[in-house]
Design a binder for this molecule. Structure first.
Ligand SMILES: Cc1cc2nc3c(=O)[nH]c(=O)nc-3n(C[C@H](O)[C@H](O)[C@H](O)COP(=O)(O)OP(=O)(O)OC[C@H]3O[C@@H](n4cnc5c(N)ncnc54)[C@H](O)[C@@H]3O)c2cc1C
Length: 563
């Protein structure tokens, strides 16, 4: 499409307002460029704001502080083993080289601060170069008052990361609560006290003033952008890209119900997320069956800029991939809940409709869905017993020991869980062969007794153990299913974002079908084809690259290294 007269002109235009978008905008603005963010939703932050907010950065400068050594050779070996031929080698190298640089820059030039998670292991411990922790980093909590009224324009945290729908906790605090590590109860009381005793703020908002996880990250980024007077236009969906002599010069958008043309003299950075909530694109590109209802990501991510890029001849890659995660659909909730921990806690197994286990339930979420999509494994069910339900949180349910059954919302009690006094009875309720399910449970109970999962080696590496219960012996990931009633819930091959998109190079420039970069056009985050290929190397492997390539896009636009 030929370019038309501009209604508004900036140097750099960023489409979308997730963590990568804000990093690109921050870096461009810091270099003195007039920068604008346009956001389709009526709130900023996208899935990033609803997320755990963790980044995965190899060789990061916080690792020595938690006593973990890393080096570029190991990092590169681990990454290349996972990305293989799926990702241009230059992109992988750019990530490995610049993740730390981005992190040091942002921590030195903005409100954004992190702490290393010592015990958050990389997801593929058997791959050489993996680390038992430290590459994943947690944003420090932030005080919502620093955002003034703009706090109310930030996307809410996902309901799955709020206790009782209200209180937030950091990733590090969440691990203590989940594993009931020493001090967990004191921590819970402290969080509750902080929330309920914050009287003046309680009159202003039900949301906690202490921002954590994705809200802390986005809050910190937003404050830093406010300090540089970078505006975010909410309710402003971008549409077609404008081009002139093969270069992108701006976009068409809608603002306040009117068409607007935004001209960008230096570059357009697409950061509009994936196509999680576009059923047509899901069916076209992802393995089937697939459903928007199975995605835990932000509902306004519908692949708009992927389509806009394709229209002007951009190349794409990895469109059949997602940041997979088994999910649970709860009635009356606008997005699915990702089951990050529930599969792994001892006393739960996953079976297919033949009543058979088919993988190590403690593997990382992407690997879990890859197993679910193998022929014969859908539908899949998570099965557990009363001991499990009493001890661990499950989806919207707190551990039953903390939350009486009758206090749970009626639709959850009625719809979510099937239950029966015997395993055979449960099999009948979910339509799987009862002898097979009963045989599977007995065999698994035998593994729990010996501590050795002879079928799938569950609990034999440090990532598996992350969501184990160390009070359970001899294997913290294996407990027998013996205490009635027994429960089952259908789980879905869902996602926390798609990860295929516009093909980019090591500078985050979008590549044309002719193999050359399209001048003026950059893509980052889930709008671009992921530098992580078909795997999920560690916690934070989506936001880490989104922010790193946001930084690199801005640096390329500016044309001089940022330090
Ligand atoms: C519960 C949960 C926890 C997670 N935890 C982590 C974690 O700890 N670490 C990690 O790395 N990943 C995590 N993820 C995944 C991660 O949040 C996403 O992969 C990441 O936020 C995607 O970033 P993005 O910038 O591509 O998209 P988003 O953050 O979703 O931002 C995209 C934005 O673009 C806007 N947009 C869409 N179309 C248009 C348009 N046409 N015009 C203008 N704006 C548009 C959207 O409204 C949205 O605000 C988690 C996800 C979930 C659901």
């Amino acid at each position: 499409m030929a370019s038309s007269a501009a209604d508004h002109t900036v140097d750099v235009l960023v489409v979308g307002s997730g963590a990568g978008a804000m990093t690109a905008a921050l870096a461009a603005a810091k270099a003195g460029l007039k920068t604008l963010i346009v956001e389709k939703a009526n709130v900023y932050g996208g899935t990033s704001a609803t997320s755990g907010g963790g980044l995965w950065i190899t060789c990061n400068h916080l690792m020595p502080g938690v006593g973990i050594e890393d080096n570029p050779d190991d990092a590169f070996q681990y990454l290349t083993a996972l990305t293989g031929n799926d990702v241009p080698a230059a992109n992988v190298a750019a990530y490995a080289r610049n993740g730390r640089r981005m992190l040091e820059w942002i921590m030195g030039n903005s409100e954004v601060q992190f702490i290393a998670m010592k015990e958050y292991a990389d997801y593929y411990q058997h791959i050489p170069g993996a680390r038992p922790g430290g590459r994943s980093i947690d944003p420090l909590p932030y005080d919502a008052r620093k955002l003034g009224e703009d706090f109310h324009n930030m996307n809410m945290p996902h309901q799955q990361v709020r206790v009782l729908g209200l209180m937030g906790y950091s990733n590090i605090e969440g691990a203590v609560l989940l594993s009931k590590s020493p001090g967990w109860f004191k921590l819970l009381v402290r969080l509750a006290w902080q929330y309920f005793s914050d009287i003046p703020w309680r009159f202003r908002s039900r949301r906690s003033r202490r921002l954590t996880m994705g809200n802390a990250l986005i809050g910190r980024l937003r404050r830093s952008l406010m300090d540089l007077d970078v505006p975010i236009w909410l309710n402003c969906p971008a549409g077609d890209l404008l081009t002139e002599n093969g270069a992108v010069t701006g976009i068409r958008a809608r603002r306040d119900g009117k068409d607007v043309v935004i001209h960008a003299t230096r570059g357009v950075v697409l950061a509009s997320g994936g196509f999680e909530h576009n059923q047509t694109l899901r069916e076209q590109y992802l393995p089937n069956p697939t459903s928007t209802k199975w995605s835990a990501a932000n509902p306004t991510n519908t692949g708009d800029m992927l389509v806009a890029g394709q229209k002007i001849g951009a190349a794409t890659a990895l469109l059949d991939e997602a940041w997979w995660g088994p999910t649970l659909v709860v009635r009356n909730e606008d997005r699915a809940r990702a089951l990050f921990t529930e599969r792994s806690m001892p006393g739960a197994i996953v079976v297919n409709d033949q009543g058979k286990r088919f993988f190590n339930e403690s593997v990382a979420y992407t690997t879990a869905v890859q197993a679910m999509y193998q022929p014969g494994n859908l539908p899949s069910y998570l099965v557990f017993d009363e001991r499990y339900k009493r001890n661990y949180p499950f989806g919207p349910l707190l551990p039953a020991e903390m939350h009486l059954n009758w206090l749970q919302p009626g639709h959850i009690r009625r719809d979510l869980l099937k239950s029966a006094p015997t395993v055979e009875g449960l099999a009948g309720m979910i339509g799987v062969p009862s002898a097979a399910l009963s045989g599977t449970v007995s065999r698994f109970n035998g593994f729990a007794a010996t501590g050795k999962d002879e079928d799938y080696q569950r609990g034999e590496n440090s990532y598996d153990l992350l969501y184990g219960d160390f009070r359970i012996k001899p294997n913290p990931c294996l407990a027998p299913l013996v205490e009635p009633p027994f429960y089952a819930v259908q789980i879905h091959p869902g996602d926390i974002g798609t990860k295929g998109g516009l093909l980019t190079n090591e500078n985050a420039q979008v590549m044309g079908l002719d193999g050359k970069p399209i001048r003026g056009l950059y893509a980052i985050g889930n709008c671009s084809a992921s530098v992580m290929g078909r795997y999920y190397p560690g916690a934070g492997a989506t936001l880490g690259p989104a922010m790193t390539f946001g930084f690199l896009a801005a640096e390329h636009i500016v044309g001089t290294p940022f330090a």
